[in-house]
Design a binder for this molecule. Structure first.
Ligand code: HEM
Length: 221
Protein backbone atom coordinates (compact mmCIF):
# COMPACT_ATOMS: atom_id res chain seq x y z
CA UNK A 1 0.00 0.00 0.00
CA UNK A 2 2.68 2.45 1.03
CA UNK A 3 4.59 1.64 -2.17
CA UNK A 4 1.54 2.53 -4.25
CA UNK A 5 0.96 5.79 -2.39
CA UNK A 6 4.66 6.65 -2.68
CA UNK A 7 4.57 6.01 -6.43
CA UNK A 8 1.53 8.27 -6.89
CA UNK A 9 3.11 11.04 -4.83
CA UNK A 10 6.40 10.68 -6.70
CA UNK A 11 4.54 11.18 -10.00
CA UNK A 12 2.89 14.33 -8.63
CA UNK A 13 6.21 15.66 -7.39
CA UNK A 14 7.95 14.95 -10.69
CA UNK A 15 5.24 16.62 -12.76
CA UNK A 16 5.19 19.64 -10.45
CA UNK A 17 8.94 20.07 -10.74
CA UNK A 18 8.87 19.51 -14.51
CA UNK A 19 6.62 22.53 -15.11
CA UNK A 20 8.36 24.99 -17.44
CA UNK A 21 9.28 28.32 -15.93
CA UNK A 22 9.41 31.32 -18.19
CA UNK A 23 12.39 33.61 -18.73
CA UNK A 24 12.84 37.18 -19.91
CA UNK A 25 16.39 36.59 -21.08
CA UNK A 26 18.86 33.76 -21.47
CA UNK A 27 20.85 31.71 -23.92
CA UNK A 28 21.06 28.24 -25.42
CA UNK A 29 24.41 26.93 -26.63
CA UNK A 30 25.59 24.05 -28.80
CA UNK A 31 29.15 22.76 -28.87
CA UNK A 32 29.27 22.71 -32.68
CA UNK A 33 30.79 25.99 -33.87
CA UNK A 34 30.26 27.38 -30.36
CA UNK A 35 26.72 28.20 -31.55
CA UNK A 36 24.96 30.63 -29.18
CA UNK A 37 21.32 31.73 -29.37
CA UNK A 38 20.51 34.46 -26.83
CA UNK A 39 17.33 36.38 -26.23
CA UNK A 40 16.07 39.33 -24.22
CA UNK A 41 12.41 40.16 -23.87
CA UNK A 42 11.66 43.88 -24.18
CA UNK A 43 10.05 45.46 -21.10
CA UNK A 44 6.74 45.83 -22.99
CA UNK A 45 6.60 42.01 -23.12
CA UNK A 46 5.63 42.14 -26.79
CA UNK A 47 8.97 41.97 -28.63
CA UNK A 48 12.06 39.83 -28.15
CA UNK A 49 15.60 40.86 -29.15
CA UNK A 50 17.59 37.88 -30.48
CA UNK A 51 21.25 37.26 -31.22
CA UNK A 52 22.66 34.19 -33.00
CA UNK A 53 26.40 33.64 -33.19
CA UNK A 54 28.59 30.81 -34.54
CA UNK A 55 32.00 29.98 -35.96
CA UNK A 56 31.45 29.32 -39.65
CA UNK A 57 33.19 30.00 -42.96
CA UNK A 58 32.80 33.32 -44.79
CA UNK A 59 30.35 32.20 -47.46
CA UNK A 60 28.01 30.27 -45.14
CA UNK A 61 24.81 31.06 -43.24
CA UNK A 62 23.56 30.68 -39.66
CA UNK A 63 19.92 30.12 -38.66
CA UNK A 64 17.62 29.67 -35.71
CA UNK A 65 14.19 28.05 -35.93
CA UNK A 66 11.10 28.10 -33.72
CA UNK A 67 8.86 25.07 -33.87
CA UNK A 68 6.09 23.08 -32.21
CA UNK A 69 8.22 19.94 -32.59
CA UNK A 70 11.82 18.85 -32.97
CA UNK A 71 12.01 18.28 -36.70
CA UNK A 72 12.96 20.56 -39.56
CA UNK A 73 9.62 20.73 -41.44
CA UNK A 74 7.11 23.40 -40.37
CA UNK A 75 9.65 25.59 -38.63
CA UNK A 76 9.74 29.37 -38.49
CA UNK A 77 13.30 30.31 -39.52
CA UNK A 78 15.43 33.41 -39.17
CA UNK A 79 18.53 32.97 -41.30
CA UNK A 80 21.40 35.27 -42.23
CA UNK A 81 24.94 35.61 -43.48
CA UNK A 82 27.72 38.13 -44.01
CA UNK A 83 30.63 37.31 -46.33
CA UNK A 84 32.46 40.56 -45.71
CA UNK A 85 30.83 42.23 -48.72
CA UNK A 86 27.18 41.23 -48.80
CA UNK A 87 24.85 40.43 -45.94
CA UNK A 88 21.25 39.42 -45.29
CA UNK A 89 18.85 38.44 -42.49
CA UNK A 90 15.56 36.90 -43.62
CA UNK A 91 12.31 35.70 -42.07
CA UNK A 92 11.75 32.31 -43.75
CA UNK A 93 9.79 29.08 -43.35
CA UNK A 94 10.91 25.44 -43.57
CA UNK A 95 8.16 23.64 -45.46
CA UNK A 96 7.51 19.91 -45.71
CA UNK A 97 10.41 19.18 -48.09
CA UNK A 98 13.71 19.35 -46.19
CA UNK A 99 15.81 19.47 -49.36
CA UNK A 100 14.04 22.64 -50.51
CA UNK A 101 15.43 24.56 -47.52
CA UNK A 102 13.68 27.60 -46.03
CA UNK A 103 11.63 29.73 -48.43
CA UNK A 104 11.29 33.50 -48.03
CA UNK A 105 8.17 34.67 -46.16
CA UNK A 106 6.16 37.09 -48.32
CA UNK A 107 5.56 39.03 -45.09
CA UNK A 108 8.80 39.82 -43.24
CA UNK A 109 8.12 40.01 -39.50
CA UNK A 110 11.55 40.83 -38.14
CA UNK A 111 12.99 44.27 -37.47
CA UNK A 112 16.25 45.95 -36.43
CA UNK A 113 18.23 43.31 -38.31
CA UNK A 114 22.02 43.44 -38.45
CA UNK A 115 25.02 41.17 -38.95
CA UNK A 116 28.65 41.10 -37.85
CA UNK A 117 31.45 39.12 -39.46
CA UNK A 118 34.55 38.97 -37.23
CA UNK A 119 36.94 36.49 -38.82
CA UNK A 120 35.28 33.10 -38.50
CA UNK A 121 32.60 34.40 -36.14
CA UNK A 122 29.25 35.24 -37.75
CA UNK A 123 26.55 37.01 -35.71
CA UNK A 124 23.03 37.93 -36.77
CA UNK A 125 20.68 40.08 -34.70
CA UNK A 126 16.97 40.71 -35.04
CA UNK A 127 13.87 41.66 -33.11
CA UNK A 128 10.53 39.96 -33.58
CA UNK A 129 7.08 40.29 -32.08
CA UNK A 130 6.00 37.41 -29.83
CA UNK A 131 2.67 37.36 -31.64
CA UNK A 132 3.27 37.79 -35.35
CA UNK A 133 0.78 39.66 -37.54
CA UNK A 134 1.54 37.07 -40.24
CA UNK A 135 -1.43 34.72 -40.00
CA UNK A 136 -0.51 32.71 -43.11
CA UNK A 137 0.97 29.95 -40.93
CA UNK A 138 4.57 30.84 -41.76
CA UNK A 139 5.43 32.27 -38.32
CA UNK A 140 5.31 30.59 -34.90
CA UNK A 141 4.07 32.79 -32.08
CA UNK A 142 6.39 32.91 -29.08
CA UNK A 143 3.75 33.62 -26.42
CA UNK A 144 3.83 29.88 -25.69
CA UNK A 145 6.82 27.54 -25.30
CA UNK A 146 8.56 26.53 -28.56
CA UNK A 147 11.38 24.19 -29.49
CA UNK A 148 14.44 25.99 -30.82
CA UNK A 149 16.26 24.46 -33.80
CA UNK A 150 19.78 25.53 -34.73
CA UNK A 151 21.65 25.13 -38.01
CA UNK A 152 24.62 26.62 -39.82
CA UNK A 153 27.30 26.04 -42.44
CA UNK A 154 25.28 25.98 -45.67
CA UNK A 155 26.78 27.95 -48.55
CA UNK A 156 25.27 31.33 -49.39
CA UNK A 157 25.28 32.62 -52.96
CA UNK A 158 24.88 36.36 -53.54
CA UNK A 159 24.23 37.94 -56.92
CA UNK A 160 24.29 41.72 -57.13
CA UNK A 161 23.90 41.84 -53.35
CA UNK A 162 20.84 39.57 -53.29
CA UNK A 163 20.75 36.01 -51.95
CA UNK A 164 20.03 33.65 -54.82
CA UNK A 165 20.80 30.22 -53.29
CA UNK A 166 21.26 28.56 -49.90
CA UNK A 167 23.05 25.23 -49.51
CA UNK A 168 22.27 22.61 -46.86
CA UNK A 169 23.72 22.89 -43.35
CA UNK A 170 26.97 21.30 -42.21
CA UNK A 171 25.63 21.13 -38.63
CA UNK A 172 22.13 21.15 -37.16
CA UNK A 173 20.23 20.17 -34.03
CA UNK A 174 17.55 21.02 -31.49
CA UNK A 175 18.09 22.46 -28.01
CA UNK A 176 16.79 20.16 -25.26
CA UNK A 177 14.85 22.89 -23.42
CA UNK A 178 12.03 24.84 -24.98
CA UNK A 179 12.05 28.62 -25.22
CA UNK A 180 9.37 29.86 -22.80
CA UNK A 181 9.12 33.64 -22.74
CA UNK A 182 7.22 35.48 -20.02
CA UNK A 183 4.63 36.85 -22.41
CA UNK A 184 2.39 39.66 -21.26
CA UNK A 185 -1.17 38.33 -21.53
CA UNK A 186 -3.33 40.23 -23.99
CA UNK A 187 -6.52 41.72 -22.46
CA UNK A 188 -8.63 38.80 -23.71
CA UNK A 189 -6.22 36.32 -22.11
CA UNK A 190 -6.07 38.04 -18.70
CA UNK A 191 -6.39 35.22 -16.15
CA UNK A 192 -9.45 35.34 -13.91
CA UNK A 193 -8.86 35.18 -10.13
CA UNK A 194 -10.16 31.59 -10.08
CA UNK A 195 -7.66 30.35 -12.67
CA UNK A 196 -5.05 27.85 -11.43
CA UNK A 197 -1.63 29.49 -11.07
CA UNK A 198 1.15 27.87 -13.12
CA UNK A 199 4.12 29.89 -11.89
CA UNK A 200 7.21 28.38 -10.31
CA UNK A 201 5.93 29.65 -6.95
CA UNK A 202 2.84 27.49 -7.46
CA UNK A 203 5.08 24.53 -8.28
CA UNK A 204 7.01 25.00 -5.06
CA UNK A 205 3.74 25.21 -3.11
CA UNK A 206 2.52 22.00 -4.78
CA UNK A 207 5.73 20.23 -3.86
CA UNK A 208 5.56 21.44 -0.24
CA UNK A 209 1.94 20.25 0.19
CA UNK A 210 2.59 16.89 -1.44
CA UNK A 211 5.74 16.35 0.61
CA UNK A 212 3.76 17.08 3.78
CA UNK A 213 1.06 14.55 2.75
CA UNK A 214 3.75 11.98 1.99
CA UNK A 215 5.44 12.40 5.39
CA UNK A 216 2.04 12.29 7.11
CA UNK A 217 1.04 9.03 5.40
CA UNK A 218 4.49 7.51 5.96
CA UNK A 219 4.19 8.32 9.67
CA UNK A 220 0.82 6.49 9.85
CA UNK A 221 2.23 3.35 8.26
C1 HEM B 1 19.03 25.14 -47.57
C2 HEM B 1 18.72 24.90 -46.31
C3 HEM B 1 18.47 23.52 -45.75
C4 HEM B 1 18.54 22.30 -46.35
C5 HEM B 1 18.85 21.99 -47.83
C6 HEM B 1 18.24 21.30 -45.35
C7 HEM B 1 18.18 19.94 -45.57
C8 HEM B 1 18.02 18.98 -44.60
C9 HEM B 1 18.02 17.56 -44.82
C10 HEM B 1 18.17 16.90 -46.21
C11 HEM B 1 17.86 16.95 -43.63
C12 HEM B 1 17.82 15.44 -43.36
C13 HEM B 1 19.24 14.90 -43.35
C14 HEM B 1 19.99 15.34 -42.12
O1 HEM B 1 19.64 14.87 -41.03
O2 HEM B 1 20.90 16.19 -42.25
C15 HEM B 1 17.77 17.99 -42.63
C16 HEM B 1 17.60 17.79 -41.26
C17 HEM B 1 17.47 18.76 -40.32
N1 HEM B 1 17.45 20.12 -40.54
FE1 HEM B 1 17.70 21.03 -42.34
N2 HEM B 1 18.03 21.93 -44.16
C18 HEM B 1 18.14 23.29 -44.36
C19 HEM B 1 17.95 24.28 -43.42
C20 HEM B 1 17.63 24.06 -42.09
C21 HEM B 1 17.38 25.10 -41.13
C22 HEM B 1 17.34 26.59 -41.47
C23 HEM B 1 17.15 24.50 -39.92
C24 HEM B 1 16.82 25.11 -38.59
C25 HEM B 1 17.09 26.34 -38.22
C26 HEM B 1 17.29 23.07 -40.13
C27 HEM B 1 17.19 22.11 -39.14
C28 HEM B 1 17.29 20.76 -39.36
C29 HEM B 1 17.21 19.77 -38.29
C30 HEM B 1 17.04 20.07 -36.79
C31 HEM B 1 17.30 18.52 -38.90
C32 HEM B 1 17.25 17.15 -38.19
C33 HEM B 1 15.82 16.77 -37.89
C34 HEM B 1 15.03 16.41 -39.10
O3 HEM B 1 15.44 15.53 -39.88
O4 HEM B 1 13.98 17.03 -39.31
N3 HEM B 1 17.56 22.84 -41.46
N4 HEM B 1 17.86 19.21 -43.25
Amino acid sequence: MITLISAVIFCFLTSALAQQTCSTEGQFTAAAGYYVFSWSLQSNGMYVDCNVSVNTANNTWVAVGFSENQIMPDTDVIIGANDGTDEFVDDRWNGADRRAGPSLDPMQNIMDTSTIRDGNRLTIMFTRPLVSPDTSGRDENLDVCRYVLWAFGGTTTFENGDVTALGGHSNRGVFPNQLCLCATPTPTETPTPTETPTSSAASVANVAVLTFIFIFIAAIF
